[in-house]
Design a protein around this ligand. Sequence first.
Ligand SMILES: [Zn+2]
Length: 211
Amino acid sequence: MLTSKHLFQEALSKFPHPFKKNNLTNAEKITQISSHMASILDILGLDITNDSLKKTPERVAKMYVEEIFAGLDESKFPEISFFEDPASNEKDRLITLKNIRFFSFCEHHFVPMIGTATIAYIPNNRLIGFSKIHRIVHYFAQRPQLQERLTHQIQECLKIILGTEDMAVSLQAKHYCIAMRGIKDDNTFTITHALSGRIASDPQLRMEFFK
Ligand SMILES: [Zn+2]
C-alpha cells in the first residue's frame, strides 16, 4: 500500500496556483480577515453593531479559512491510499464517474462557481476508492479558482495518483458572476475539458467519454 501525499507537489507544479505563502496560522488569518470584513461592511454603510450583523465578519472569515477556501491549505490534501492491482487493467476499458458535485469560487469576482465534474480513465495497475476522487475534486475546488485551472489541477493530480496518462476530466459549471451581475444570465453553463493519453488520441474512446 502506498500513499499519495508525496505526489501532490508534483501534480501541483504542472498547473500552479498563484500562491503567495505567508506564515500566518489559521487563527491569525481569521482574526485579520474578520477585521477587514468589518471594515467592508462599515464602508458599505451597514451598522455592524446590529445584533444580526455583529458576528458576520468573523463568520465570513471562519468560512473562508476553514471551509470554502480550505483547499489553499496543503495540509488538508486528502489522505489517499491506493493499491497495486494488475487485474484492474486487464479489461482495458474506461471507468467513468459522472456528476461529481463541486462548489468553487470565481477568483475574478469572488462569487460561487458551482457545477459537476465527469472523470474517466483507463486503469493502470492501480485502484483507489471512488470516494477519493470526489475528495480530490472537492479539495481543488475549495480555492478561489479559474474553471480551466481547476480542470487541469484535478486531471494532473489524478494522472499521478492513478499512474495513468489515459485521463479525461470535464467540468460543467454555473458562474454566479455571469448569473447575478453583468449580463445576468442564469442559464449559461461553462464547459471545460482536459484529455490526455489514449482518451485524447483514440476517436472511439473520445466518443465514449463525450457520450
Ligand atoms: Zn467571475
